[in-house]
Design a protein around this ligand. Structure first.
Ligand code: ATP
Ligand code: MG
Length: 250
């Protein structure tokens, strides 16, 4: 599968041959402009491949209605993108409402998700996005993406805009969501430590190519080439040791 944007001289994503298994936490890792967001966005058809095919559950995504497909795939972007005039509860409930859930079921789901992301429903459900901190808004973005229990969750640098402490707690939360719900997650970052912390499988990209895929320990111990070695190389030993401790303690 490849993507070449109109008028671009080179493809943004070259012939990528990649299978992500159900229930996996896959992290796309690589420098700015290497094609991570482009590859991610082909999964929910925000970008169409210009060569090859992309299959979900064995079916070509092009044969699915794009709107219906997107309702079944949670998507979190860096800019969060909450609707400013909606309350937190309305933001989180937006997809269930589109799917025609009854209001009582939506309300119960919203409260459940707010507790999951550790925001007290009584305090937060009626606030507007402008009344939230950046980290709280990002958590609400995560809750919204999870609302209709998507089996696939796409996250494009979702924690880039928060400080290190909030970032660590959001990482713990998404790891817990993954563990508890078994959601397939494709997560984009250019932060090596974030990738090592979260991934079952890291997909390293460079200049539109996938240069290596494997579990974090394998990427650290057997980098495929100089690019990967340089990417993880600084403090590789410290990073390898950190992997041996469970996430919750890190
Ligand atoms: N809509 C577009 N039209 C044309 N070119 C684009 C478009 N979107 C991205 N590109 C180009 O495609 C390449 C890959 O972009 P992409 O956004 O996928 O990179 P990225 O790895 O997500 O980078 P970053 O870490 O900065 O977000 C870049 O060269 C970019 O300039
Ligand atoms: Mg990007």
């Amino acid at each position: 599968m490849g993507v070449r944007y109109a008028n671009a001289s080179v493809p943004a994503v070259h012939d990528v041959d990649l299978a992500i298994e159900a229930g996996q936490f896959a992290v796309l890792l690589g420098p700015s402009g290497c094609g991570k967001s482009t590859l991610l966005r082909t999964i929910n058809r925000l970008v169409e491949p210009t060569s090859g095919t992309l299959l979900i559950d064995g079916g070509d995504v092009r044969e699915r209605d794009a709107t219906e497909l997107r309702r079944g795939i949670g998507y979190v972007i860096q800019a969060v993108g909450l609707f400013p005039h909606y309350t937190v509860a309305q933001n989180v409930g937006v997809v269930p409402k589109l799917l025609g859930w009854e209001q009582v079921r939506i309300d119960a789901r919203v409260d459940e998700l707010l507790r999951l992301i550790r925001l007290d429903p009584a305090r937060y459900r009626d606030r507007k996005p402008r009344e939230l901190s950046g980290g709280e808004a990002q958590r609400v973005g995560v809750a919204r993406a999870l609302a209709a229990q998507p089996r696939v969750l796409l996250m494009d640098e979702p924690f880039a805009a928060v400080d290190a402490i909030v970032r660590a707690s959001l990482q713990d939360e998404i790891a817990r969501v993954h563990r508890e719900l078994g959601t397939t997650i494709v997560f984009v970052t250019h932060d090596v430590d974030e990738a090592l912390r979260l991934a079952d499988r890291i997909v390293v990209m460079n200049a539109g190519h996938v240069v290596q895929t494997g579990p974090p320990a394998e990427i650290l111990e057997h980098p495929a080439d100089d690019f990967v070695r340089d990417l993880v190389g600084v403090d590789a030993e410290t990073r390898r040791l950190a992997l041996e401790r469970p996430l919750i303690e890190r």
